[in-house]
Design a protein around this ligand. Structure first.
Ligand code: SF4
Ligand code: F3S
Length: 240
């Protein structure tokens, strides 16, 4: 066991005038995760500390936070890998704080809902509809998204434009629009052919840096742009 200092942003909008940092000293094994540290603080020191988690295995995305300035999942960040004396924890930016490390994800889910995140098949197949490895590779990276919202929290366009759909929703749209079995999500592509959709991204790659699952949302957005331009060009010259 070794001593660790956790400095956690606390804020209850119903009771506190301003957010503030609270320090906790906690003994942990170096191989423990940041999430285990938070759970220990809640169990043994301060039951009022609020945070969200579920799977503890980097699959559900619920425990996304900012750890010493970097976006990550608390469950997959080991305390021994945080290379400073203090482990500073803050909630995801760009989303309202509900309490402490819990943010209101409604804007993130509303953007996700807009892209209709499901396969719209070209034909209803009579048997298994196989995809070749090459076709799968084109969308594979975007399938890995676990909807943790780290990218949404990191994006400067979301900060200045609350209508912007954000990196996760747009990358997930390409996961379906680029799927050979899908109709191409053409209605959605037309609906979001606007500044707060396909064209909002400033290509600053913050979302790529923030993603704990190595998804590259910027690449998905660029692919959507190419698809949209191609569709418009074909329409102009009367090709279906
Ligand atoms: Fe999280 Fe990455 Fe998906 Fe964004 S793209 S929601 S950071 S897994
Ligand atoms: Fe935002 Fe990613 Fe574009 S951070 S501006 S969506 S490159």
């Amino acid at each position: 066991m070794a001593p660790y200092i956790f400095k956690i942003l606390r804020f209850n909008p119903k009771a506190d005038p301003m957010p503030y940092f609270q320090e906790y000293n906690v003994e942990l094994e170096p191989s423990d995760s940041v999430l285990e540290g938070i759970l220990k603080i809640q169990d043994e020191i301060d039951p009022s500390l609020a945070f969200r988690y579920s799977c503890r295995g980097a699959v559900c995305g619920s425990c996304a936070v900012v750890i010493n300035g970097k976006f990550n999942l608390a469950c997959r960040s080991l305390v021994k890998n945080v290379k400073t004396e203090e482990i500073v924890l803050e909630p995801l930016p760009n989303l309202e704080i509900v309490k402490d490390l819990i943010v209101d994800l409604q804007p993130f889910w509303k953007a996700y809902e807009k892209i209709r995140p499901y396969l719209i098949p070209k034909v209803i197949p009579e048997k298994e509809n196989l995809v070749s490895p090459k076709e799968e590779r084109a969308i594979d990276n975007f399938i890995n998204c676990i909807l943790c919202a780290c990218c949404y929290g990191s994006c400067p366009v979301v900060t200045r434009d609350e209508k912007y759909l954000g990196p996760a929703a747009l990358a997930k749209l390409f996961r379906f629009a680029g799927d050979i079995r899908d109709k191409g999500h053409t209605d959605v592509l037309d609906e979001i052919d606007i500044e707060s959709g396909t064209w909002g991204c400033d290509t600053v790659f913050k979302c790529v840096d923030a993603c704990p699952k190595k998804v590259r949302p910027t690449d998905g957005i660029e692919a959507l742009r190419r698809k949209t331009v191609l569709r418009k060009s074909k329409r102009l010259i009367g090709v279906k």
